[in-house]
Design a protein around this ligand. Structure first.
Ligand code: TXA
Ligand code: MG
Length: 337
């Protein structure tokens, strides 16, 4: 084992290998594992065992028709889980895997209904985390894994977040340290003959177009420019209010006047903001912002904020993925009166 695995405390490679084998045994028994990936932590089960997959839905309290991503060790395993793999899928896998990209393809006959919620397609991804790859290699099969949070809550980006979200519902929790990307993978639908982004992520539309030479249907990305149309998801307790930087003082004054406990999430603290306002710093680059976003949303909850004003990121590249998560977090409705 030459790659660093990160995680809490130093472990010898023998200790890491033993943890990996614990996780593989849990998978073979039909158990659930906490799986670190480069995006967010997953709640993994043997994708070919419908009873094990059912435990994922029970643990998360997730509706059964909400399909899961199957994680694979190698791109060539796509041919086992998908009945047709278009050239664009091979090109994207070659360029982006292991990495934060999920491909939706027509499913093969071996894919259980429990995984796809009965859909005729399956979501596949090879994650870029050394621990996840070791588990996948030893296990040999596919690991079905949604983000390891309770339904509609914030995705976990540390092992401690998984403990807080799911506690003892996880049989083996692998600690791979804080997730490098910090937001969920880009999801691309290749099942209809076009290339459609279903969820923006760290792999941007321009990159997908450059790799495949195909036009990218960005309907989802375009809809992010009109907040309020997305479902509630990724939500902290606090009401999230994305606003342009220049509107922060006005919004602060309004929220304070109505007695809300309000904080601000932004790269810099504004000179005109009242000194007693809790400020949650967010990195200056989009990559740092993505890495820190969910940790900061969790902090806002620990601070018991009613309202979190967020300086909205730009709407290109990774900024587009950040806007997607913020707008979804903002889908909570009106502020407390
Ligand atoms: O980065 C990630 O993608 C993380 C890590 C753990 O890999 N996983 C993740 O899984 O975010 P989850 O279940 O929280 O989100 C997966 C999304 C869901 O919104 C689901 O509806 C969609 O993928 N999805 C899965 N299968 C699909 C399919 N066949 N067609 C369309 N959407 C699908
Ligand atoms: Mg999720």
């Amino acid at each position: 084992m030459s790659e660093p695995v990160g995680g809490a405390g130093e472990r010898s490679s023998a200790a890491v290998a033993a943890e990996v084998m614990d996780a593989v045994r849990a998978l073979r028994r039909g158990g659930l594992i906490g799986l670190p990936t480069e995006t967010v932590y997953g709640l993994g089960a043997d994708a070919s065992n419908p009873q094990a997959v059912a435990r994922i839905f029970a643990a998360k309290e997730r509706p059964a028709n909400h399909p899961l991503i199957v994680h694979l060790h190698r791109p060539r395993q796509m041919a086992v889980w998908a009945r047709a793999v278009p050239l664009a899928a091979w090109e994207l896998a070659e360029a982006c895997w292991p990495g934060p990209l999920t491909l939706i393809l027509p499913r093969s006959s071996m894919v259980a209904d429990a995984v796809t919620g009965g859909l005729d397609t399956v979501a596949l991804r090879v994650p870029a985390h050394p621990l996840a790859l070791q588990v996948l290699e030893e296990f040999g099969g596919g690991i079905a894994a949604p983000s390891a949070n309770r339904h509609k809550k914030i995705s976990p980006t540390t092992a401690q977040d998984v403990r807080d979200e799911l506690g003892d519902k996880v049989d083996v929790l692998l600690d791979g340290g804080p997730c490098r990307v910090g937001i969920e993978s880009t999801i691309v639908d290749l099942s209809t003959g076009t290339l459609r982004v279903l969820r923006p992520g760290a792999i941007a539309a321009a990159e997908l177009q450059q790799i495949t030479g195909l036009a990218v249907d960005q309907t989802i990305e375009a809809s992010l420019r009109c907040p309020g149309r997305m479902d509630l998801h990724y939500a902290p307790q606090a009401m999230v209010l994305p606003v342009p930087l220049e509107q922060v003082p006005h919004e602060l004054a309004q929220q304070m006047a109505r007695g809300a406990r309000v904080g601000v999430l932004s790269a810099q603290r504004g000179p005109a903001w009242p000194g007693n306002i809790p400020w949650l710093p967010l990195g200056t680059s989009p990559a740092e912002q993505a890495q820190q976003l969910y940790q900061r949303l969790r902090e806002a909850d620990r601070m018991r904020l009613d309202v979190l004003i967020v300086v909205a990121p730009s709407d290109d590249g990774l900024g587009c993925a950040l806007r997607d998560r913020l707008w979804r977090a903002a889908g909570r409705g009106a502020a407390p009166a």
